[in-house]
Design a protein around this ligand. Structure first.
Ligand SMILES: C[S@@+](CC[C@H](N)C(=O)[O-])C[C@H]1O[C@@H](n2cnc3c(N)ncnc32)[C@H](O)[C@@H]1O
Length: 221
């Protein structure tokens, strides 16, 4: 079980969340309203680096941060991974679990409702617990240190995070600086297997550029 700083409670949808959750932050409230209007259904394709990262890797235990409706968590669970999926939006986690049930992999997905920006975090990533941590389209810089500790020796970190659109300028809190993701992970001395930055283009998600990384923590010993 992940090491959580607050008690968990099971809710009718099967998701877990701390029972004393304060009012959700405004960003989460916005996402919650968006997901509440969605029914379970076809999920988009996973972000590009994920299939590449796990190709040939035996399924293990994965953590999907800010999982949304589950396009990564469900994709992994369908392939035999045991997934902890965390999102601040309760509606997102309900949708995720419904999507997991719809695709027959519900027993391999644990949903957690937690504000990942809270201080202290509502979901504390347990140390050296995961064979894979996925972080796509959600940037909260303090998570990087916890991700580094949360991946087991020999495990993987996969991220696809937004870069600013040229006309938007910098400064958005969910957007990286150019080179920032690579710089951050290089400082860990992990094996960087893939690292790329793509500018915004016609097929970009959310109209933004993306920085991708696949990095492997060195095996122990
Ligand atoms: C752009 S969506 C990405 C969803 C998913 N990772 C994907 O790539 O399809 C951003 C997600 O971050 C979640 N989110 C936003 N703020 C959050 C927070 N403080 N804690 C946890 N999740 C948050 C939203 O609910 C939403 O599901």
């Amino acid at each position: 079980m992940p090491d959580r700083r607050s008690r968990e409670a099971a809710f009718p949808g099967g998701e877990r969340r701390p029972p004393t959750t304060p009012a959700p932050n405004r960003q989460i409230a916005k996402w919650n309203a968006r997901y509440a209007a969605h029914a379970p259904g076809a999920l988009g394709r996973p972000s590009r680096p994920l299939p590449r990262a796990v190709s040939g890797v035996p399924p293990g235990r994965a953590l999907d941060l800010a999982c949304g409706a589950g396009r990564h968590a469900v994709w992994l669970a369908e392939r035999g991974w045991q997934v902890d999926a965390v999102d601040g939006s309760q509606a997102a986690v309900r949708l995720l679990l419904a999507n997991a049930a719809r695709t027959g992999c519900r027993e391999r997905v644990a949903g957690h409702v937690a504000d990942l920006e809270a201080d202290p975090p509502e979901f504390a990533i347990p140390t050296a617990a995961y064979d894979l941590i996925v972080d796509c389209c959600f940037l909260h810089r303090p998570l990087f240190a916890a991700i580094r500790e949360g991946v087991r020796p020999g495990g993987l970190f996969v991220a696809a995070l937004h870069l600013p659109a040229p006309e938007a300028g910098g400064g958005h809190r969910f957007v990286l600086r150019e080179g920032e993701l690579a710089e951050t992970v290089r400082a860990w001395n992990w094996d960087i297997r893939h690292c790329a930055e793509r500018p915004a283009g016609p097929d970009s998600e959310h109209g933004l550029g993306v920085a991708e990384i696949i990095a492997r923590r060195p095996p122990a010993g």
